[in-house]
Ligand binder design. Structure first.
Ligand code: ACM
Ligand code: ZN
Length: 564
């Protein structure tokens, strides 16, 4: 077990900082090994020095930290030795870092950009929250003497965003990335295409955004068959997406773009109806749910279309992993166009796929494998939602387990790499409170903070398959989330709980310690101007109405198996 010892610091009288008190140590996610010693180091106007071996990206990350420090303290740092010292140390693991703070200064070491980003984020969280505020603030600008060695448990620490059901501007997306950075997440899963809107500019297929990016209305509450009649949409130009890729990369975050196929394609079909089995006409969907209208697997044109789209996509997104969707292709309550399409029938015959309830899965496997082969030829790997596991998935795919944990457990046992993102623990579109009437209207479900925190990604894994679990991700679908305030309210503080599951050793997690640390996180989020939910403290909704009788809450909680 990793050693965690925290000795409470005593305030020390030092230089320009009169009787300064350090911020109580409340870094989220909790670093692996922390020792806090007596004494504080004053950072106001401190000296800053880079060792020669620091690469440019790491220097830029450190400079962002120094900029924030200078702005918040109102005092310029001096470029000389004897204060902060940043040094590359190749002996450290990827993403790991060490921090030593004593009277001689702050010694930071890391082997790579991510390590330096995380060291700076840890230092920021150890300082007064005003460092996040972008303006000068009076505070005790000191760090406690400390020794920190830190590295993550999982290499894949993801957060997803759906800009299709509701659209998020480039600035709003950057802010989302800022929050991810603060809690050391490193994968941004950008779900760029949907039935209700295609968001990626594709130069070869301009109608995808001329037609596919716009819908004629949005569902109001639970009446999925009617809508507000207001035209809604938007898309990202290729330059804008490159801007997001660069912004994320500078913060150690890889953007994993998703083109969801062969289902969730109604917006693309509205633009290019010849890609569907029936030929349409189709309209960009104004309702939620699962459409039976998907790409026609038997039409060779769809493979040309997908290869063209992925060719442009690979030019924008350097990520090794490309998400190819694969979820919800076959609604159970509707006749499937694949079952009545001569082109699909001819392909099934050619492939020797026998008729029957499983046939559709094998046909989906064929579509997945064609796209996978194309992307592999270009040095990329596919990730898909766990439906791609049905039938016969080709080796080399990574499975994202969302329909509970079963798909992930099965995939790992079969030797596929897996990212765990089960609805029960990782769907941040679910309500956070048991008093839904006080929360902003949502899609349903119930996922309070404590349950997010309770998730153990290796539970139930077949012995020997654990190494296939690359990591954990949470998803934020936005059917009913239309404003940045609501988006942030759904994200936080649940994403902080997720961050501890992604980063901390299982035996280092401690809900009471985590909740105590949230006090400081809320100061940080306030300084950033980011909204969050306080339901776990009995304040519900964006307007923080008091919970009803706590007895009722206690009774309700007692019915929940997951409760600690
Ligand atoms: C999903 O939630 N349809 C992956
Ligand atoms: Zn067809």
């Amino acid at each position: 077990m990793k050693k965690i010892s925290i000795i409470l610091a005593a305030a020390a009288l030092l230089g320009a900082c009169a009787q300064p008190k350090p911020q109580a140590f409340s870094v989220i996610p909790q670093p692996a090994e922390v020792t806090i010693n007596d004494g504080v180091y004053c950072v106001k106007g401190a000296a800053v020095h880079f060792e020669d071996d620091l690469d440019e990206a790491s220097m830029a990350a450190v400079l962002r930290f120094i900029d924030a420090l200078e702005t918040a303290t109102g005092v310029q740092c001096k470029w000389e030795e004897g204060g902060f010292n940043f040094e590359a140390d190749e002996a450290l693991a990827p993403e790991a870092y060490t921090i030593e703070i004593d009277k001689s200064g702050v010694e930071v070491k890391a082997a790579d950009l991510n390590g330096f980003v995380y060291a700076c984020e840890t230092l920021k969280q150890m300082l007064p929250a005003a460092i996040y505020g972008g303006k000068k603030a009076k505070a005790d600008w000191v760090l406690p003497y400390a020794s920190i060695q830190d590295q993550p448990r999982f290499a894949y620490r993801g957060m997803h965003l759906d800009p299709c059901r509701h659209f998020w501007t480039i600035e709003e997306t950057k802010r989302y990335l800022d929050v991810m950075t603060a809690y050391k997440l490193n994968r941004f899963h950008w779900h760029l295409t949907e039935d209700q809107g295609w968001r990626m500019e594709v130069k070869k297929y301009p109608k995808l955004t001329e037609i596919g990016a716009w819908r004629d209305g949005t569902v109001i509450k639970k009446d999925w068959n009617s809508n507000d009649g207001i035209r809604y949409g938007g898309f990202y130009t290729q330059d804008e997406m490159k801007e997001i890729v660069a912004y994320a990369a500078a913060r150690g975050i890889t953007v994993i773009p998703e083109i969801d196929l062969p289902g969730h394609m109604v917006a693309a079909l509205a633009a290019y109806p010849e890609l569907g089995c029936t030929g349409g006409p189709y309209e960009v969907w104004t309702r939620w749910g699962v459409s039976e209208h998907i790409l026609c697997a038997g039409n060779e044109q769809i493979y040309t279309f997908l290869e063209d789209v992925f060719t442009e996509l690979m030019d924008i997104f350097p990520s090794e992993y490309i998400h190819i969707g694969g979820d919800e292709c076959f609604p159970e309550d509707k006749a499937l166009p694949w079952d009545n399409c001569p082109k699909c029938a001819a392909l099934m015959k050619k492939l020797g796929i026998k008729k029957g309830p499983e046939a559709k899965h094998y046909l989906q496997n064929y579509v997945t494998a064609r796209v996978q082969a194309f992307l592999n030829e270009h040095g990329r790997k596919i990730i898909g939602w766990d439906e791609i596991l049905e039938g016969e998935l080709a080796p080399g795919a990574t499975v994202m387990s969302w329909r509970g944990t079963r798909g992930g457990i099965k995939a790992a046992a079969k030797g596929f790499d897996v990212v765990m993102t089960p609805t029960d623990y990782a769907y941040f579109d679910y309500y956070q409170s048991y008093e839904r009437d006080k929360e902003p209207f949502g899609i349903g479900g119930y996922l309070p903070l404590e349950k997010v925190y309770s998730y153990e990604p290796l539970d139930g894994m077949t012995p020997g398959s654990e190494d296939h679990i690359l990591g954990v991700q949470a998803n934020l679908w936005t059917e009913y989330i239309a404003t940045p305030e609501h988006l942030e309210y759904m994200l936080l503080p649940r994403m902080c709980a997720l961050a501890e599951t992604q980063w901390c050793a299982a035996d280092a997690k401690d809900y009471d310690r985590f909740v105590t640390s949230l006090d400081h996180t809320f100061e940080i989020l306030d300084a950033m101007g980011v909204k969050y939910c306080l339901d776990y403290r009995g304040l519900i909704g964006l307007d923080r109405q008091p919970a009803r009788a706590s007895v009722a809450m206690a009774e309700y909680m007692a019915t929940k198996e997951w409760h600690w």
